[in-house]
Design a protein around this ligand. Structure first.
Ligand code: SAM
Ligand code: SF4
Length: 469
């Protein structure tokens, strides 16, 4: 029977097909017949997605085989997120569903941010959980798995005082056209609303030589697009004597033979400098897109959030990006309803959006989180008011995106095909600026192929086009 994998493989271009196939060969080479099975579900951000690719690699190396449902699995793992209350609730609901598995001999494991946040509490609250491991302790995962296999039914890895990063022999790649590389883990900033410094531990950067070696391996196995990841990716500090700056690392990665696109996320405004813009200007392989979360347009709120920049300092970074010799698309994150946010503070966020004209925004309603200072701040904004502000913000951003995308109709862009569109007979891909384009093509299209697409229509969240040549 053809698996999803085979279907995707059939449509990949030659080198990307080799890359994907080599991951599978690697997987199957390590699967012992009748071996243990695992199910892995991921919640949250791209860093969690990529951590899960590495966790899957660790398990495949140990001879485990991945299955599609918890019912089929010996080991059921949830890689969790706790950035907002809702994300945490989702995980508890999932764990509640697993109660019926108690006593069946299955192992249930909780990984990631919620694991770090709740720790061994899981063993009390959901006693059918056997493994709890925070992301700062993933390097211990093989040892923790060995303990489970040896019959220990409560195993925990919860250290955050580490200076190591999570390196694996095998990373199972889930995206056939884009490969993720974590270059910096943890976070040393201390935004007053955020759980990340607590759940992911202190900032640790990988050595530049190790990063570039991974880029070379990915290029050799057929990937043409890579994305560097980090909670504050541009705070990267080479941990080797080479002391490469983040901008230098970007340029070096772009210079690896076979690499056509380099992306990076998430950038922190404080550490975002002219050198990054100059690197993008000078290096065509560096994509024209920067994700630069602003969080609020009010200096007063930014200060209470401890973001370490003012509205005007943020706008200076925007001016830097806008002055670049080629257009650079900008996206952001915004939180509404931070404690004490007044109507006039919120208005400043709207005027900042008007001034910057972001190409996309992830918008959030403030959620008080454990271990953060903001949870104790007075003057909470009511849930009702937060919902109103969020709706206003989203509508304003939608209008901006529609207007910006309308201006692209008639232009032609290079698109990397990354899947079939939801519409029959259409393909989906992304421009260098990270815009989604759904397009038709008279000629066959292969996943991983770069093609020229002329834009014929625009919506707020995506473009429609036809293959130009
Ligand atoms: N490190 C990135 C940065 O500094 O911008 C973002 C990391 S966080 C995983 C992603 C986004 O979640 C943040 O940019 C913020 O907008 C949002 N977020 C984090 N904590 C939040 C909270 N307590 N309530 C609402 N949104 C939150
Ligand atoms: Fe959280 Fe701030 Fe660190 Fe981003 S920079 S992960 S928002 S503490």
């Amino acid at each position: 029977m053809a698996t999803n994998f085979d279907v995707r493989l059939e449509t990949l271009t030659g080198r990307a097909a080799q890359a994907f196939a080599s991951t599978r060969l690697d997987d199957s080479a390590n699967i012992v017949s009748g071996a243990r099975t695992f199910y892995l579900e991921t919640f949250g951000c791209q860093m969690n997605d990529h951590d899960s690719e590495k966790v899957a690699g660790v398990l495949l190396r140990r001879g485990y085989r991945q299955v599609e449902t918890p019912a089929e699995a010996q080991l059921v793992l949830y890689n969790t997120c706790s950035i907002r209350e809702k994300a945490a609730q989702k995980v508890f609901a999932r764990l509640g569903d697993m109660k019926i598995m108690q006593g069946t001999g299955k192992w249930i494991g909780v990984l990631g941010c919620l694991a770090q946040q709740e720790g061994e509490e899981f063993f009390e609250r959901t006693p059918w959980v056997n493994l709890v491991c925070g992301s700062a302790s993933y390097r211990k995962l093989p040892a923790l798995l060995a303990e489970l296999e040896a019959g220990n039914s409560r195993v925990a890895g919860l250290d955050t005082d580490t200076d190591e990063t999570f390196e694996t022999e095998l990373t199972r790649r889930d995206n056939p056209v884009r490969a993720y590389i974590t270059i910096i883990e943890g976070c040393d900033k201390s935004c007053s609303y955020c759980v990340v410094p607590f759940t992911r531990g202190p900032e640790r950067s990988r050595a530049s030589a190790a990063v570039l070696e991974e880029v070379r391996q990915l290029a050799d196995s057929g990937f043409t697009e890579i994305q560097f990841l980090g909670q504050t990716v541009n705070s990267y500090r080479d941990s080797s004597p080479r002391r490469m700056s983040f901008a230098e690392l970007l340029v070096a990665a772009a210079g690896v033979a076979g690499i056509r696109r380099v992306r990076f996320t998430t950038s922190h405004p404080r550490d975002f400098g002219r050198d990054i813009v100059e690197a993008i200007e000078a290096t065509p392989q560096l994509c024209d897109h920067v994700h630069l979360p602003v969080q609020s347009g009010s200096t007063r709120v930014l200060s209470a959030m401890r973001r370490t920049y003012s509205r005007y300092e943020y706008l200076d970074k925007v001016a830097l990006l806008k002055s670049a010799r080629r257009p650079i698309s900008m996206t952001t994150d915004i939180i509404v309803g931070f404690p004490g946010e007044t109507e006039s503070d919120f208005d400043e966020t709207l005027t900042l959006m008007d001034a910057v004209q972001f190409d996309g925004a992830f918008t959030f309603s403030f959620s008080p989180r454990p271990n953060t200072d903001a949870q104790h701040l007075p003057d909470a904004v009511s849930e009702e008011e937060k919902a109103i502000r969020l709706a206003v913000l989203m509508q304003r951003q939608r209008e901006i995106q529609q207007k910006r995308n309308d201006a692209l109709v008639g232009e032609t862009f290079e698109v990397l095909a990354d899947g079939a569109s939801r519409r029959e007979g259409q393909w989906a891909g992304r421009t260098s600026s990270n815009r989604v384009v759904n397009f038709t093509s008279a000629a066959p299209v292969a996943l991983g192929e770069y093609l020229q697409v002329r834009i014929t229509k625009a919506g707020p969240n995506s473009l429609v086009g036809e293959r130009a040549i």
